[in-house]
Design a protein around this ligand. Structure first.
Ligand code: C5P
Length: 137
């Protein structure tokens, strides 16, 4: 049987202090309690960048311009019932103050502290990249 492909677009928001935003998956959702980079599933007809801009607005209440999204990597993970493909961007400029609009907890964390927060497997490869890219404080 061919596994379903799930396409998710996600992003590391980095603030002026070099901290990265992570968001906790709420109770009742798959992988509840894990911390992830914000983002979500592609809807039909959307480009991944459009998905990300929509999700960042819906989940965090911020406005992001497409030119502020820099591609970072392409993560993937084989789950039992689907294969996840997840392009990841980094973004340092947006309008508004990110807050959990869907009741989820959000946290700003220095890259070297990200390992203290359990994450879904596809998000983990981003951690060493962020440690390398963002100067230590
Ligand atoms: O958030 P949502 O449940 O729509 O995401 C669908 C799936 O995408 C999750 O079950 C999870 O496997 C994956 N995901 C992820 N990392 C993210 C966002 C989603 O692994 N940052």
């Amino acid at each position: 049987m061919t596994k379903r492909l799930l396409l998710v677009a996600a992003c590391a928001l980095v603030d002026a202090d070099g901290r990265v935003l992570i968001s906790q998956r709420p109770e009742g959702k798959a992988l509840a309690g894990l911390w992830e980079f914000p983002g979500g599933k592609l809807e039909p007809g959307e480009r991944p960048e459009e998905t990300l801009i929509r999700e960042l607005h819906e989940e965090l209440g911020i406005e992001v311009k497409e030119e502020c999204l820099a591609p970072l990597t392409f993560a993937s993970h084989n789950y039992e019932d689907f294969t996840l493909l997840m392009p990841l961007w980094i973004c340092r400029r947006w309008e508004g103050t990110p807050h959990g609009r869907e009741g989820q907890a959000v946290k700003w964390v220095l890259p070297r502290k990200l390992r203290d927060y359990p994450m879904p497997p596809a998000d983990e490869p981003l951690i060493p990249m962020l440690i390398d890219m963002i100067p230590a404080r």
